[in-house]
Design a protein around this ligand. Structure first.
Ligand code: GLN
Length: 541
């Protein structure tokens, strides 16, 4: 049996350098060589998981199939590698401490004093090795959130130091830093990298490979200098230059032999360089699509931050590529939308996505958008809260219940077309208590979704507390909004659509989480296809 190899990816100098993309790219390259690879993320914050975090803090909350609310980097891992991550793929300091404290309360430590070393570090190490031991991966790549030098990262660095000592050549550390370009001097500066490596060394870790994030080509001189000052060989200094798309990064890494260097350092056979055929085919198609006239999609939501709807943006872009068109996503702030300005706000938009969300803020704008889209027959996709808004708007303006609402927005609504389930009512713990993760859904044969999926049974990921109220189902159906996807166990409505319109569909689940580069999601493909078909003839290309 092969021993599991552990690769740690740390970051220095600045945050947001793209550790997630580098981790995913390394994973992709090793996977292409036939290895079983997974990637996990350790976040040094105290929250148990990001489920309770405002999207402004860390961007979107990703959801794994097994119902874990996770960091958005897990979305990158899944999109690049086409794997399904699990709860064990995202650990926070909060979870590490909670687990240690729970053990202490149970008396597992037999009266000993609990300390960061060895108890917290042992728990970190256990969580790193869990994936290797339990699921038998060949490679476990562990991305450490934050930047080297943060107080919060110290226990993680200490754990890496210990593992490097204990497992020798089975552990490798990749450190990602930034090489700034000083315009006035016309020079790239390596000093921050040198300092960052020193910081890592002071924690007892000698990085094996340095990936230097840069906006300008690094010449041999610079690589040699970094190699000399940081105790790594020249081959192990790799540049990560700005790319037109993040999906180019694996190829850029492969061209510099990063995967080869890793294999050599871990004493594994190198063999032939994989061709990455399907990946390259996707990229070629992406580049072709980039040259087309972009189709404008409005993303109606309240979080004005790129990362807040990361997976939706990626799924739309992938669907664009597979439909050979560039898709431009335009954020439309629902807090500012009114019946009076909607026509102006959606001018030039060929399709609308009404996004997920929580709470009352910005909700009226979503009703306004749903109504405008429905009455103007613009292809529209409602996701989670977006689907609930489609249903509420329909109840208000078609079924005649002017006061219809979700109990989330109005506790006392007399027409609770969206309501909370009985078993959810008593829950006061805000973390991890929603309907989370993959649930089964049966599609009605006479429907657009059935056509789209081409199968009756699907599974999709959820993250919500409120549900469509079945009490109103027959009224909806009689008036033209059909409930076409049902959970077979609970009878809950998962999908609504208006067949009389070109493409007006809402899902209670989040299809965006399972759209990957090589397997784009059928609903997004169909949505973009409908948007293109609905363009004025001259724009259809
Ligand atoms: N706030 C809604 C609910 O909890 C929708 C959640 C979402 O859009 N993810 O049901």
């Amino acid at each position: 049996m092969r021993e599991t190899k552990y690769i740690f990816v740390t970051g220095g100098v600045a945050s947001s350098l793209g550790k997630g993309i580098i981790s995913s790219s390394i994973g992709k390259l090793l996977q292409a060589r036939g290895y079983k690879v997974t990637i996990q993320k350790f976040d040094p914050y105290i929250n148990i998981d990001p489920g309770t975090l405002n999207p402004y803090e860390h961007g979107e909350c990703f959801v794994t199939v097994d119902g874990h609310e996770a960091d958005l980097d897990l979305g990158h891992y899944e999109r690049f590698l086409g794997i399904e991550t699990k709860k064990a793929n995202n650990i926070t300091t909060g979870r590490i401490y909670k687990s240690v404290i729970d053990k202490e309360r149970r008396g597992d430590y037999l009266g000993r004093t609990i300390q960061i070393i060895p108890h917290i570090t042992d728990e970190i190490k256990r969580n790193v090795m869990l994936l290797g031991n339990k699921y038998k991966f060949d490679f476990v790549i562990t991305e450490i959130g934050g930047t080297v030098g943060d107080i919060e990262s110290l226990p993680y660095l200490e754990s890496i130091r210990q593992l490097k000592w204990e497992l020798g050549r089975n552990v490798l550390c990749v450190h990602l830093t930034y090489v700034p370009y000083l315009t006035a001097a016309g020079e790239l500066k390596t000093k921050p990298t040198q300092h960052s490596v020193k910081e890592l060394q002071s924690a007892g870790i000698q990085p094996d490979i340095l990936v230097l994030r840069t906006e300008h080509e690094l010449n041999l001189g610079i690589r040699k200098k970094v190699a000399l000052f940081c105790n790594v060989d020249e081959h192990s200094v790799v540049q990560s230059i700005d790319a037109p798309t993040i999906y180019e990064v694996p190829l850029l890494m492969q061209a510099q032999g990063l995967d080869e260097t890793i294999l050599k350092k871990m004493e594994l056979p190198v063999g032939d360089t994989p061709g990455l055929g399907p990946w390259r085919a996707f990229l070629n198609r992406w580049h072709q699509a980039e040259k087309t006239e972009p189709i404008q999609i409005a993303l109606v939501g309240k979080y004005d931050l790129q990362d807040a709807y990361k997976s939706i943006r990626e799924a739309l872009s992938q669907a664009g590529t597979y439909n050979d068109r560039k898709v431009e996503v335009n954020f439309v702030n629902s807090e500012k939308l009114t019946d009076d300005n909607i026509a102006e706000a959606l001018k030039g938009m060929a399709g609308i996505v009404i996004g997920p969300g929580f709470g009352e803020r910005g909700i009226n704008g979503k009703f306004v958008a749903a109504k405008y889209a429905r009455t103007h027959d613009i292809p529209t996709f409602g996701i989670c809260l977006g689907m609930q808004c489609m249903a509420i708007e329909f109840a208000r303006n078609v079924l005649g219940y002017a006061d219809a609402n979700s109990r989330e927005m109005d506790e006392k609504t007399p027409h609770n077309v969206i309501d909370i389930m009985e078993e959810q009512k008593s829950i006061t713990n805000m973390g991890g208590t929603m309907r989370l993760g993959a649930y089964e859904c049966v599609l009605q044969k006479e429907s657009k979704v059935y056509e789209v999926y081409g199968t009756e049974h699907i599974q999709e990921r959820h993250r919500h507390r409120y549900e469509f109220n079945n009490h109103y189902k027959s009224e909806y159906e009689a008036a033209g909004m059909k409930c076409v996807g049902i959970n077979p166990e609970s009878d809950l409505v998962e999908i609504v659509e208006i067949p009389a319109l070109k493409w007006y569909l809402g899902t209670q689940f989040h299809p965006e989480y399972s759209s990957t580069v090589l397997k784009p999601h059928p609903l997004f493909l169909s949505f973009i296809k409908a948007v293109i078909a609905n363009l004025p003839h001259s724009d259809q290309e």
